[in-house]
Ligand binder design. Structure first.
Ligand SMILES: Cc1cc2nc3c(=O)[nH]c(=O)nc-3n(C[C@H](O)[C@H](O)[C@H](O)COP(=O)(O)OP(=O)(O)OC[C@H]3O[C@@H](n4cnc5c(N)ncnc54)[C@H](O)[C@@H]3O)c2cc1C
Length: 383
């Protein structure tokens, strides 16, 4: 039996992962001086934008409003280092409520429910290593930053996802690693050598450093900056959150020259980035889907063939030759694991009403994965 261990054992205050300490891995960076309070409330108010995500420069310092489920609102309230406390108490709660009321003047507020509050100052640090032999660090155990970029849980799940989706032979104990282990599974099955696991640190540590730089910029800007600067930061934040702004550069996984592949005038793929969202229609039942739904996190590579307009001679010939080549390979490799390691989809540009079935080579038809994409959706969110 092979043991591979994931350390995702951070405590909310940061810098306390037992696993990281046992490994002697240090956290690099500075302890930030920014201290913030956070409080979840329901309230009545005449402030018109309470249900919008707002960043407010008030006389009391910066405040952020995040609308939450039902009528709840989360307020982040800028505090000073002397507001740091070891235990929560009513005074601090009242102080936060007072700052919100003062900060939103002349609008009036009546708080109707208080659900939760705390004061925090999170160091902006990244672990010097994410892997020590068979042990991997993931989540806050290897990167801590303020919650203002709203990225901690996102990037932590991304770490676990980078190692992969759980495989039956891997027993996962930690919550944040439930998506774990395609890379681990591939190595354990003997499908890949150990160097695949090195890509975890190359990809995720680089991203953690970028995120901490971004978090520093956001934290600094909350002390006062132009609204347009905030809005470009929020755009950048969305790119991190959705994952489409992340680009992996490990040469094991991504070609060294990092080519961009253009599929149409408006839709292109950058090698090393996530497949951007796109509306497609499944040919089999005309079910509308997003192209990302094709890429289930099941530990298998996905080959998506963008065959273009199959009524065109060049496109249909290209697809036919590709399918014949695959057919030969499949015959030659019969019984090998190669064809168990990936799944394949064909995306065509015809309208679903057209007779495309006969244009699809029989070998690809057997994959039963035809999709027809209507049109690329707006790409305005791409950098
Ligand atoms: C106020 C606040 C607001 C936030 N808002 C957002 C947001 O809007 N969006 C976002 O993406 N992120 C947000 N975050 C960050 C997010 O909560 C964390 O980044 C995320 O929870 C990290 O996940 P994790 O699995 O690495 O660690 P955790 O969720 O902290 O899980 C670690 C687990 O390990 C356990 N553990 C610790 N020590 C041991 C041990 N020795 N043995 C066994 N188990 C142990 C802990 O009990 C815990 O269950 C926020 C954080 C704060 C503080």
């Amino acid at each position: 039996m092979v043991f591979l261990t994931i350390g995702a054992d951070e405590l909310p205050t940061g810098a306390h992962s037992w696993m990281r300490q046992q490994l002697g891995v240090t956290l690099e960076g500075e302890k930030t001086e920014y201290v913030w309070g956070v409080i979840d409330v329901c309230m009545h108010t005449d402030f018109p934008d309470a249900r919008l995500k707002c960043i407010i420069q008030s006389s009391q310092g910066a405040m952020i409003i995040i609308p939450r489920e039902e009528d709840k609102l989360r307020f982040y309230v800028q505090c000073s280092p002397k507001d740091r406390i070891s235990e929560l108490n009513e005074d601090i709660k009242n102080k936060l409520l007072q700052r919100i009321s003062d900060g939103l003047r002349p609008y009036k507020i009546t708080f109707t429910q208080i659900f939760w509050y705390t004061i925090f100052s999170v160091p902006q640090k990244v672990a010097s290593k994410f892997r020590v032999g068979p042990i991997f660090l993931a989540g806050d155990a290897c990167h801590t930053h303020s919650p203002k970029a709203g990225q901690g849980a996102n990037i932590s799940m991304g770490d676990a996802h980078n190692l992969g989706k759980s495989a039956p032979e891997i027993r996962i104990l930690s919550l944040s690693c439930t998506e774990l282990a395609w890379k681990l599974a591939w190595v354990l099955r003997g499908w890949s050598d150990d160097s695949l696991l090195d890509t975890y640190e190359i990809e995720r540590r680089t991203l953690a450093i970028q995120l901490i730089e971004f978090d520093k910029a956001i934290s600094a800007s909350l002390n006062g900056c132009e609204a347009s600067r905030y809005s470009s930061m929020l755009h950048e934040q969305n790119l991190f959150t959705s994952g489409v702004g992340i680009r992996y550069r490990s040469q094991l996984m991504v070609e060294a020259n990092n080519r961009e592949v253009s599929l149409s005038d408006t839709f292109s793929l950058e090698i090393g980035t996530r497949l951007p969202p796109m509306n497609i229609v499944r040919f089999a039942d005309w079910h509308p889907m997003d192209i990302q739904d094709l890429a289930a996190s099941d530990g298998l590579f996905k080959i998506i063939i963008f065959s273009g307009d199959l009524q065109g001679d060049i496109e249909s010939k290209g697809l036919r030759e590709f399918a014949e080549h695959l057919q030969l390979l499949a015959d030659k490799k019969q019984g090998s694991i190669l064809f168990k390691q990936f799944t394949m989809f064909t995306v065509v540009t015809e309208y679903k009403e057209s007779d495309i079935w006969s244009f699809i080579p029989p070998f690809l038809r057997n994959w039963r994965r035809y999709s027809e994409y209507n049109k690329p959706i707006s790409m305005t969110y791409l950098p």
